[in-house]
Design a protein around this ligand. Structure first.
Ligand SMILES: *Cc1c(COP(=O)(O)O)cnc(C)c1O
Length: 345
């Protein structure tokens, strides 16, 4: 990996971050807080939240087996994705490389930040080829985006190929593990110590059942996390979110139960979909959704909408012609979908 100073944009490296009242006094011994122009009434929501979410990170660090300094928390993973571009990619100069098809926000954030985005098509079975990805990178490539299990294809990328990307690239490799809890593969966070250029993204939006609270996690070396913390909005994760997330971390058994149920339902859906006339093929999934090739995806999408059932039409995504992406729901929801598809002519 290049030295971090070579990767970070010079203006970001040089700047002094905003220092909030809650940054300047961090002790807990005081009982009179007259430093932040807060309203003394309406406890506890009158107070600014902890800008570095210490309590939450302490518990998360314990669960993930990482030091708190290796954790960045943001307003969804989407904030981490945007901050990575803003911290590392000089607009119109640097570029990012990503697999395709994949999650749309990597490209949207590249465009917002005026950063060239190079897509490398996945191979047979939506497989990753490290050498093809690395060939697309050059001296101005700062970020490589990988997603495993991948959205919208549902498959996990080969761990050996991910390793090869990490070893063969001197910039940052962002590995999005939004669906890792549904996967039979191990997370790469266990390899962070051996990979200084790895950034792993996870989220509260899927397995944890907390899409509404907007909380995303980035795990990386303390030096990389410090760069993201330097440029984030001071109070990017609000108090309601911090409280609810902490409560959820103590309820991890609920998360595990939901994941076990959803994996069973995924299997049920796969089996039942296989027997339908409108289904051409089902791609193996390691996530809480299934990519399904249909006889006529756009027509079936409209048909389902008319019956009040919404799936994701991926017909126009690269390599996904005539594909619908179907999220695994409850048994009742899955049966409603199956019944509707069985009745489609
Ligand atoms: C759903 C999803 C996310 C979650 O984003 P949040 O902003 O944390 O809700 C991230 N990455 C991928 C690939 C996803 O599919």
């Amino acid at each position: 990996m290049k030295a971090l100073q070579e990767l970070v944009r010079p203006n970001i490296w040089r700047m002094k971050p905003y220092s909030s009242a809650r940054d300047e006094y961090q002790g807990t011994a005081a009982s009179v807080f007259l430093d932040a122009n807060e309203n003394p009434y309406n406890t506890p929501y009158n107070r600014y939240p902890d800008p570095l979410q210490r309590k939450l990170k302490e518990k998360l660090a314990e669960l993930k087996g990482l030091p708190p300094e290796s954790i960045f928390l943001g307003n969804g993973s989407d904030e981490a994705i945007d901050l990575l571009y803003r911290a590392f990619c000089e607009p119109r100069v640097d570029n990012a490389v990503a697999i395709a098809p994949t999650y749309g926000m990597y490209k949207v954030c590249a465009e917002v930040n005026d950063v060239a985005y190079r897509e490398v098509l996945l191979g047979d079975g939506f497989s990753l080829s490290a050498s093809r990805l690395l060939e697309a990178a050059d001296a101005r490539t700062k970020l490589i985006f990988l997603c495993s299990p991948n959205n919208p294809t549902g498959n996990s990328l080969d761990a050996g190929e991910i390793e090869a990307v990490l070893r063969g690239f001197d910039g940052l490799v962002v590995l999005d593990e939004a669906y890792i809890d549904f996967s039979s593969r191990e997370s790469f966070i266990g390899t962070l110590a051996g990979h200084p250029n790895l950034v792993v993204l996870q989220t509260f939006s899927k397995a944890w059942g907390c899409a509404a609270i907007r909380l995303g996690m980035a795990f990386a070396s303390p030096d990389i996390v410090a760069v993201l913390n330097k440029i984030k909005y001071p109070y990017n994760v609000n108090e309601l979110t911090q409280r609810h997330a902490l409560e959820m971390l103590y309820r991890y058994h609920d998360m595990h139960r939901w994941v076990a149920t959803l994996k069973e339902e995924r299997h049920y859906l796969e089996e039942k979909l296989r027997g339908l006339r409108c289904v051409v093929g089902i791609y193996p999934s390691d996530a809480n959704f299934i990519l399904v090739r249909m006889t006529d995806a756009p027509r079936l999408y409209d048909y389902l909408v008319a019956r009040g059932i919404i799936v994701r039409n991926r017909h126009t995504a690269l390599l996904c012609g005539n594909c619908l992406r179907i999220t695994v729901g409850t048994r009742v929801e899955n049966d409603m979908l199956l019944e509707a598809l069985a009745e489609a002519e």
